[in-house]
Write a protein that binds this ligand. Structure first.
Ligand SMILES: Nc1nc2c(ncn2[C@@H]2O[C@H](COP(=O)(O)OP(=O)(O)OP(=O)(O)O)[C@@H](O)[C@H]2O)c(=O)[nH]1
Ligand SMILES: [Mg+2]
Length: 350
């Protein structure tokens, strides 16, 4: 799962990215450091901390997501004021989720207007792809015998529906799209179809303020990029003291990571034991057999059943044995929908 940071030039994308990685890198000016534009970030989860305290395993592994500083990918700035460059857009099409950075740290900044400008750019980019494809489809259809037109006509109908929505400023993600239609659209990487959230980059003086005085039409998380980047560079003890001074319990960047995770519609399930306590990532709605497949494809192929207890129940009763005694540790089959916070043990024929 890759989350792309996008936004207007100077909104603070690279600063936020540095806060996420905890390392400095001159991302917006260097094309030779592509690797530095990709950060694998652990998803903070107090439940995993707690499970690790209880099981004292050799290894504790958190779920992770990847962030990329999209503008850094081509090593050049996005074009100022006249829309996003085509290289930037091409890079953005490859990410799964958009983290839209909106700068609110300069006096006179207007986040609402900035977000609207970005949304308009994304909208126009999608429209342009659609219109080009429609032109080609029209000529293809006219050359195709009637009997073989069905698929092409279906695609045309769908694209016309999207065109109509975008023309009315409605992003594709807000439309009802069937599973079949989604398959048809997969190759396009439409930007307004991607789940998106807003990172409101506020001034240092507002670093500890968490209530938003602004209501954007996307999930929004508020941080001060500069402060967060500083915190990320401090040794843990200093960082803790700094956070206390600010009146914060944890780095604000954690909220960015969690919001990204939620926006991507991801949930975590856990596996526990003396060797390893681990958090795994699945799409919300995934079944037990799909969850098993995330651990190992053999577990999916040879799936027999899952033993499941929810984290909350486990913590309440204190041990797996007690959970079993109370019937809280259940056996579930292939089609069980795994819940966020389930502790799972898969039995498989491998
Ligand atoms: N005062 C203040 N300055 C900030 C904050 N966040 C970023 N800046 C400054 O704004 C400038 C641009 O920040 P970047 O993180 O490079 O912005 P960017 O979005 O990566 O910019 P481009 O890559 O050029 O599009 C830098 O000089 C930052 O130091 C903030 O929270 N407060
Ligand atoms: Mg940058």
């Amino acid at each position: 799962m890759q989350i792309g940071l996008i936004g207007l030039p100077g909104s603070g994308k690279t600063t936020i990215f540095q806060a996420l990685t905890g390392v400095r890198s001159s991302i917006s000016t260097s094309s030779k450091r592509e690797a530095a534009n990709l950060a694998v970030v652990s998803v903070p989860d107090e439940r995993v901390d707690k499970l690790s305290e209880i099981f004292r395993p050799k290894r504790t592994i958190y779920s992770s997501v990847e962030f990329t500083d999209v503008a850094g990918l081509q090593g050049v700035d996005t074009a100022r004021s006249k829309g996003f460059s085509s290289t930037f857009l091409a890079a953005a099409r490859n990410v799964d989720v958009l983290g839209i950075v909106v700068g609110k740290f300069l006096p006179g900044s207007d986040p609402q207007a900035e977000l609207e400008e970005i949304e308009l750019e994304l909208n126009l980019a999608d429209l342009s792809v659609i219109q080009k494809r429609l032109e080609r489809l029209n000529s293809e259809i006219s050359k195709t015998p009637a009997a073989r037109r069905v698929e092409l006509e279906k695609e045309r109908e769908l694209l016309q529906r999207l065109e109509q929505a975008l023309t009315n400023d409605k992003p594709i993600r807000e439309l009802e799209i069937s599973a079949d239609e989604e398959k048809m659209l997969r190759g396009y990487g439409f930007l307004t179809a991607k789940p998106a959230f807003v990172i409101l980059n506020v001034a240092e003086t507002e670093a500890s303020k968490q209530d938003l005085d602004l209501h954007l039409n996307l999930p929004t998380v508020q941080v001060s990029g500069i402060i967060e980047a500083e915190i990320a560079e401090l040794p843990p003890d200093d960082a803790k003291a700094f956070l206390e001074d600010l009146g914060l319990r944890e780095p604000g960047i954690n909220r960015v990571i969690k919001t990204a995770y939620d926006t991507a519609n991801l949930i975590s399930f856990f596996t526990v034991g003396e060797d390893e306590v681990r958090s795994w990532t699945i799409k919300s709605g995934a079944t037990a057999v799909e969850a098993a497949g995330v651990i190992h494809s053999d577990f999916a192929r040879g799936f027999i059943r899952a033993e499941v207890v929810h984290y909350d129940d486990f913590i309440r009763v204190g041990s797996l044995a007690e959970a079993r005694r109370q019937g809280l540790l259940r056996l579930e089959g292939k089609n069980y929908i795994v819940k966020d916070g389930d502790i799972c043990h898969f039995l498989a024929n491998v």
